[in-house]
Ligand binder design. Structure first.
Ligand code: UD1
Length: 425
């Protein structure tokens, strides 16, 4: 298992280019299953989850060409398998995004039920209930979700999610694009990735209005065609580099990002003493203010409020802020796994249910620590960058799922970080 060795204490300086959004590229790749024609996606980040998603498409029978590293040309005309097996779903929960497109185009789909994961149980009951409302018959057979559209096609319906779900909204939006009649999704997720997916689907011929708001209307069409689309920048990678500049006391120009998708994060970081200048529509200049960092409370909420995917990185930052901050996690029930590792580095963090109380600033000292999930690993890397001495971070395969060439990017900013690859004995 690969590890990162970080020698902390160096302020990061320089320019960094943000990659395409993993959480947008995943549903957009799934959406290619809706059409017989070729869909070309640009700016697909080269990360493990996207390699897994590509493998899923190929296993189903689609052809995927990559004329350039970050361009995927997918043709799903030859799809003959309608199943996402456990081996894939267990490594990447987002493979459930194949359900909606397969069900809508072929009237059948089988996807292994995702088990628990490090950050909670993460059921897909809301996706399944919505498919039933669109006329699907859903059953659980030996750990697999089997969904069928009895007439071969789904029927438009009113869907109201009792809880905001990002991939649930995406799954239903894709399924409804090929359903007979109109579907309305209420209490829809508003994340920018939903909007990006809707833009792709509309380019393919779908009729979707309201994406990016809590109510989305989809008028089903007979078939969808080909399209060409560029994935939006990754707002969580952007936020992670904003914190990297602030936590190390450096200055970074973050290029190719979408500041309009990061309103709550930028506002919170500014409140905490991080100076962020918008140099142009896609470039941010970030540095810690001379007055230093100060503790500020945060609550994670669905977009446009503070994202749960930035909670771990923000916690790392708060270990360096003056005072006591309270971090409340409302989206996932078990998303503080990084806290105990930060404590091993010397942080002062108390956990009470879904609330973390961080008192700073703490002098962090290098230690052996372990990553538990994707964003937790990012938070550990950030903490290690400002810790004195050497930190060895184990299980970094989590970070490879979603951060493109993170070691190379951090090294280009002056970080002393290296990947240690252990060959199996
Ligand atoms: C997506 C993102 C993930 C992010 C999360 C919240 C992708 C690939 N992943 O995950 O990075 O952290 O949104 O912004 O885009 N829930 C149910 N039943 C369901 C579906 C969800 O109870 O059927 C619950 C979940 O357990 C969780 C909450 O709803 O507590 C939100 O989950 P959801 O928005 O669905 O997260 P994902 O789409 O899995």
């Amino acid at each position: 298992m690969d590890k990162f060795l970080v020698r902390g204490g160096r302020p990061l300086h320089g320019k960094i280019e943000i990659s395409g959004a993993k959480n947008s590229a995943l549903p957009c790749l799934a959406a290619t299953l809706l059409s017989e024609e070729t869909v070309t996606l640009h700016n697909v980040p080269y990360v493990k989850d996207l390699i897994t998603q590509r493998r899923l498409l190929e296993d189903l029978g689609a052809t995927v060409l990559t004329p350039e590293l970050r361009t995927h040309k997918v043709n799903a005309r030859g799809v003959q398998v309608f199943e996402a097996p456990y081996e894939l779903v267990k490594t990447m929960r987002a493979s459930v995004l194949a359900l909606g497109p397969l069900l809508a185009r072929f009237g059948q789909a089988k996807v292994s039920l995702p088990g628990g994961c490090a950050i909670g149980t993460r059921p897909i009951d809301l996706h399944l209930r919505a498919f039933e409302q669109l006329g699907a018959v859903v059953s659980l057979e030996s750990g697999d979700v089997v969904a069928r559209a009895p007439k071969g096609r789904l029927t438009g319906a009113e869907v109201e999610f009792e809880k905001v779900t990002v991939t649930g909204t995406e799954n239903v939006m894709m399924a409804a694009s090929l359903a007979d009649g109109r579907t309305t999704i209420r209490n829809a997720a508003c994340e920018p990735e939903i909007d990006d997916l809707a833009e792709l689907l509309n380019k393919m011929g779908a009729r979707i209005r309201g994406a990016g708001t809590t109510e989305i209307t989809i008028d089903g069409v007979e078939t969808l065609g080909g399209a060409e689309h560029t994935i939006i920048p990754d707002r969580i990678e952007t936020g992670t580099f904003l914190v990297a500049a602030a936590i190390t006391g450096g200055e970074i120009e973050v290029k190719g990002c979408g500041p309009e998708h990061l309103g709550a994060v930028i506002a919170k970081l500014r409140e905490a003493g991080v100076e962020i200048d918008e140099l142009n529509q896609s470039t941010l200049l970030v540095r810690r203010s001379s007055a230093g960092l100060k503790a500020c409370d945060v609550v994670t909420e669905p977009h446009p409020l503070f994202p749960t995917d930035m909670q771990a990185q923000y916690m790392a930052l708060m270990t360096q802020a003056e005072g006591t901050s309270t971090i409340v996690e409302t989206i996932f029930e078990n998303r503080f796994m990084h806290a105990s590792e930060l404590v091993r580095l010397g942080a002062d963090i108390q956990i009470h249910g879904n609330t973390a109380v961080v008192t700073g600033p703490s002098r962090l000292m290098g230690a052996k620590i372990q990553a538990s999930d994707l964003r937790a690993s990012a938070s550990l890397v950030l903490a290690a960058l400002c810790a004195e001495g050497e930190t060895l971070i184990d299980r970094v395969y989590h970070i490879d799922r979603g951060y493109e060439t993170i070691v190379r990017k951090l090294r280009s900013l002056g970080a002393d970080i290296e990947r240690i690859t252990e060959s199996p004995a």
